[in-house]
Structures are given as C-alpha cells and as structure tokens.
Design a protein around this ligand. Structure first.
Ligand code: IPM
Ligand code: MN
Length: 366
C-alpha cells in the first residue's frame, strides 16, 4: 500500500533541497518495494503570494490526511516587511500547532571526516552525538503578545507561558529517547530569573525522578548551557528545553557539526503525522544558485522513515549513504575546505541516491 507524504517545499532553498530528499527516498523505496505518494502543498511566502494566507486550509487538510510531512523552509526578503499583516513564519508556527507537534528532535552528530569543517578544534567535536529536544508548541512563541502606544512611542510584549502538562509531555518524550541512548538528560532553563523556568525545573525534575530513576539528570541555566555547548559538548546526551532556548541552542550546536546545512529535525505530537524539516532556513542569499547543502533535508527524510513510517531499515540505509558520501569526500560549499572544489545541491543528492541504490541489497537482506 502506498503511503501518502505531504510535501511543503516552501521558499528560498526549500524546493531545491526537498527535491533531493524525494530523489533519495524514491531510490530507497524502489529498492525495498515501498511505495510513496508525494503530494505538494503551499506554505510560507509562496502560499501568501498564491492565496493571501501563509497556511491555507488545504495545506492543513493535506498534512492531516498524510502519514508524514516533509518541509523545506519558509521566508525571504520579499515578505520581510515588519509592517506586513501576514508573514511566512506564521505558516510554519501554524502548521506545527495545527498538527500538535509539541516536540522537536534535533540530533547533532559530528561526522569524523567533518570534525575539521567548523571553527572548533577536532578534539572538542569528534564523536559528538547529542539530541536536543525542543518544546515546539508553547512558550514565548505562542503566548499573548501585543504592540501598543506608549508615552515614549510604543511598547511591545511577548509572554512566555508553560503549564505542567506541557512540560511533562516533552520531558517524558526526551527521557524515553535518553533510555535508548546514553541515559543522560540535561534540562535547560533560566530558573534563577524566570517564574516559568522554576515551574519547568520542578516539573522536569519530578518526571525524571519518579518515572526515569535510572537516568542521570541535571538542570542547567541556559547561559551556562550556551557556554558548555562549545566548551565541553561531550557532556551532553539528551538536552530538553523550551521553545526559544531550543531554537537558539540548536543553531549554536550546528557549529559543532560543521554546518547548519547538515542538521535534520523531526517534530512529533502525541499521534498523527510527524513533520520533518532541516533546521536551516530558506537561505535567500543562495536560493536559486543550486549550491545549498541538501543533507539536513535528506537526513530529515531518514528520520521520517524511522519515526513516522515505521521503516527503520530505510532510515539506516539513507543515513549510511550520507555517511559514506561524506567519507568519500563529497562536499557542498558550506562544508568544503576554503578554496577546495565543491559540488552542487543536485550532485550531492545524486551521489547519495546512487550510494543508496548500491547499499540497498545488503540492507534489504539484513
Ligand atoms: C527554526 C526557525 C523557526 C523557529 C523560524 C523560521 C520561525 O528558526 O525552525 O528553528 O524559530 O522555530
Ligand atoms: Mn531556528
């Protein structure tokens, strides 16, 4: 039976990287006799241009009726006017909320061949393998907000709100991953200042102590977490944190891997389709040039195979192909040594799809 996958290419480099992920998925699927039906929908700036809304109703319906959602990226200078009533990002936040995707999993792994690709020393980043679990449907991204007149001009506010249930479910999910990984959970907050963080810390501690007594747990402040991430990243296994702290810390963590273009993510809810997107944005500066790194998107498709399609062998096949292609030296410009030759988005997708085809028989028989 064919599984329907909603495809939301979005803006900027989104469509370019999504095309490569589909190419790789089709290569894997044909080798395994899996069948996918890809159905495209509008989200973000392209949706605003076509319909006036960043998240048309049809897109929500398409996603809800699919087994999973593949998403490229949204946004760009064309829609950046701060005065604008609708913004592409509203589409992204809206679809996360509409599908109830409260947990955003952002694994950060450093490929040995890329341990020199970033600015940090090899000894520091080699072997890094962590999972950041970012709360995705609450916190300051979704609290009451306004901009209003003020004697000095204007004043604006955004409120950060979490309730017990929201913290419990995301911490529980993070802890379940830690059980399968290295048994350590770090919860990140700002409990020395924020009331909402004190609730987060008490609640997280209770879930971890009562339900996961065998895990090692720690609570650290977000400012210290930002420092440890580059000073001693090996201390982290699973990190769980709120929406905005997770957004900021995962951009920082991508430096460990060598490039933001390498990092995938999975957004999951209690049930229903998961949504899979790279952590990078629409990169308008390089859009249309065919040089974006598609690996973050391709690894997001691998996460989709594992977490939404119950097809772990497909995930492993794609991940192994990415590892092999990197080991063999294929480099898009973001991960190439300065002055060294690099390949484009499509060439990278082709290389990975070809390795998928050549490795598939050993995975199919395993
Ligand atoms: C991300 C992005 C989004 C976010 C933006 C584009 C709204 O930065 O997915 O990390 O902040 O969640
Ligand atoms: Mn971000």
């Amino acid at each position: 039976m064919s599984k329907q996958i909603a495809v939301l290419p979005g803006d900027g480099v989104g469509p370019e990287v999504v095309a490569e992920a589909i190419k790789v998925l089709e290569a894997a699927a044909s080798a395994f006799d899996q069948q996918f039906t890809f159905r495209e929908g509008l989200l973000g700036g392209c949706a605003i241009d076509a319909t006036g809304s960043a998240l048309p109703d049809e897109t929500v319906e398409l996603c809800k009726s699919s087994a999973a959602v593949l998403l490229g990226a949204v946004g760009g200078p064309k829609w950046d006017n701060p005065q604008a009533a609708v913004r592409p990002e509203q589409g992204l936040l809206g679809i996360r909320k509409a599908l109830g995707l409260f947990a955003n999993l952002r694994p950060v792994r450093v490929h040995p061949a890329l341990a020199d690709a970033g600015p940090l020393r090899r000894e520091l980043v080699e072997g890094i393998d962590m999972l950041v679990v970012r709360e995705l449907t609450g916190g300051i991204y979704f609290g009451k907000r306004a901009c209003e007149p003020h004697p000095s001009g204007e004043q604006a506010y955004d409120t950060m709100i979490y309730n017990t249930a929201e913290v419990e479910r995301v911490v529980r999910l993070a802890a379940q991953w830690a059980v399968q990984r290295n048994g350590r959970v770090t919860s990140v907050d700002k409990a020395n200042v924020l009331e909402v963080s004190r609730l987060w810390r008490r609640t997280a501690d209770k879930v971890l102590a009562n339900e996961f007594p065998n895990l090692k747990r720690e609570h650290i402040l977000v400012d210290a977490a930002a420092m440890y991430l580059i000073q001693s990243p090996a201390r982290f296994d699973v990190v769980v944190t709120g929406n905005m702290f997770g957004d900021i810390l995962t951009d920082e963590a991508s430096v460990l891997a060598g490039s933001m273009g390498l990092l995938p993510s999975a957004s999951l809810g209690a049930d229903g389709p998961g949504l899979y997107e790279p952590i990078h944005g629409s990169a308008p500066d390089i859009a249309g040039k065919g040089i974006a790194n598609p690996i973050g998107m391709i690894l997001s498709a691998a996460m989709m195979c594992r977490d939404s399609l119950a097809w772990p062998a497909g995930a492993e096949l794609i991940e192994s192909a990415v590892d092999q292609v990197i080991a063999e030296g294929a480099r898009t410009i973001d991960i190439a040594r300065p002055g060294a030759p690099s390949i484009g988005t499509r060439e990278m997708g082709d290389a990975i799809a070809n390795v998928v085809k050549s490795l598939a028989p050993s995975f199919a028989s395993a």
